[in-house]
Design a protein around this ligand. Structure first.
Ligand code: GLY
Length: 408
């Protein structure tokens, strides 16, 4: 079909006009259910518990009229710079080769811009690197060596990210558990076999933990950190930080950064660098982000699902609970598998309503918390789908608990 220039201009103009109508929400499933439109009376920041110490500087930036994404960066670069936070940035727990690989992404509500980096080595502040991708390239996501080269070109310093403490915990894993690695079928696979129940499980487990704590001592891990090191080996953490912020104008941003799953295969990217899974911000609706099992969260596009749920009228808590239930459904509601899956969501709506939700409540003395600042900085307890404690994946096969003479 031949289209004249005049026809083309006319068609384009009509197309743009219809698009403009759609952009204002005419096609929303239920416009009456759309989230409230008024911005909050005061700025608000929500983040994972490990951002608590850095909330003040983010909040000060917001009340000083700073940009919401800059405020988010003020919060999440704190744990990235802290060598003792082994879930992100400097000191993050490494992959199975002993190499720290970091993931991050960010989204700026007012401009609808996004940036992301995955599997980046030797650059500590990958949250800022994801922002640099957003601001200085026409791309959204850079990975691996290319992301690293871009970072060095942008002036990010080359740094050794593996601290002595994280190296020793990795050695403890190598010596005791590296035969239980991430190779083979995952939890969702029909070929995955749950370990057999063993009536002697608890006593064997205690014995195993004691042996590992002794080895931790021999490896030079300080006494006060040995029990924690053993837990990181037995139940590799997914530690991460997400932060979302809103100002008095209702502008929102969000970002997530992580060293990802401990002892992962080299090149593994979790949910944190995936726009829509680890983080999602829509200026019309809200912002959400995740910490926890990246593999399961990617499959439900957690952050995007939550924002879309709020667009359809759900409260932040309802929206987060729905995403958690989708994860449960993906594993056919099998609680023997669910005990290995943990997930937390941090949710902010454009009117300042917020929620922290999680799959498992944690033990009564250590309930899952998130951090908030709205002029008052505080922890709040997350609303849990299940009461109790997840035990981290992969499960230790019972033979792993057995002393050498019992294994024969
Ligand atoms: N949620 C962090 C990760 O899975 O890497």
């Amino acid at each position: 079909m031949k289209v004249s220039r005049r026809d083309f201009i006319a068609t384009t103009a009509i197309g743009s006009a219809s698009l403009a109508l759609d952009l204002h929400g005419q096609n929303k499933p239920d416009a009456s259910a759309a989230p409230p439109g008024n911005p909050p009376k005061k700025p608000l920041i929500i983040c994972a518990h490990n951002g608590y110490d850095y909330l003040d500087r983010g909040y000060a930036l917001l009340t000083g009229g700073g940009d919401t994404l800059d405020a988010v960066m003020q919060v999440i670069t704190g744990p990235e710079d802290d060598p003792n936070d082994d879930s992100v940035g400097l000191g993050g727990l490494p992959n199975e080769d002993g190499v720290v690989e970091l993931d991050a992404c960010c989204m700026h509500g007012p401009t609808c811009m996004a940036g992301s980096v995955a599997a980046v080595r030797e650059i500590k502040n990958v949250s800022l690197l994801s922002k640099a991708v957003m601001e200085h390239t026409g791309h959204v996501m850079l990975v691996g060596e290319g992301a690293q080269r871009f970072g060095f070109a942008m002036g990010f310093p080359r740094e050794t990210l593996l601290t002595e403490r994280s190296r020793k915990v990795w050695l403890l894993w190598k010596e005791t558990m590296s035969n239980q690695d991430w190779w083979g079928p995952g939890l969702a696979s029909p070929n995955y076999k749950l370990p057999d129940e063993n009536p002697n499980h608890s006593s064997l487990r205690e014995e195993r933990i004691q042996q590992m704590e002794e080895l931790a001592g021999k490896l030079g891990i300080e006494p006060g950190f040995r029990a924690a090191a053993v837990q990181r080996v037995l139940h590799p953490p997914y530690g991460t930080i997400h932060c979302s912020a809103i100002n008095e104008k209702g502008e929102m941003s969000g970002a997530t950064t992580t060293s990802g799953l401990a002892w992962k295969l080299a090149g593994r990217a979790g949910d944190s660098p995936i726009i829509g899974a680890g983080c999602y911000t829509d200026q019309d609706v809200g912002s959400a982000g995740a910490t926890g099992n990246g593999e399961e969260n990617i499959k439900v596009c957690g952050a995007h699902t939550i924002v879309e749920n709020m667009r359809r009228g759900m409260s932040p808590q309802e929206a987060g609970m729905d995403a958690l239930k989708r994860i449960v459904r993906n594993l056919n509601g099998d609680m023997r598998k669910m005990q290995y899956v943990d997930m937390s969501y941090y949710i902010l709506r454009k009117d300042g309503a917020y929620a922290g939700v999680c799959m498992w409540s944690g033990p009564p003395e250590h309930l899952r918390r998130f951090a908030v600042h709205d002029g008052t900085k505080r922890y709040e307890t997350a609303v849990a789908l299940f009461q109790g404690k997840s035990i981290g994946w992969p499960p230790m096969p019972d033979r792993q608990h057995l002393a050498p003479e019992q294994k024969k």
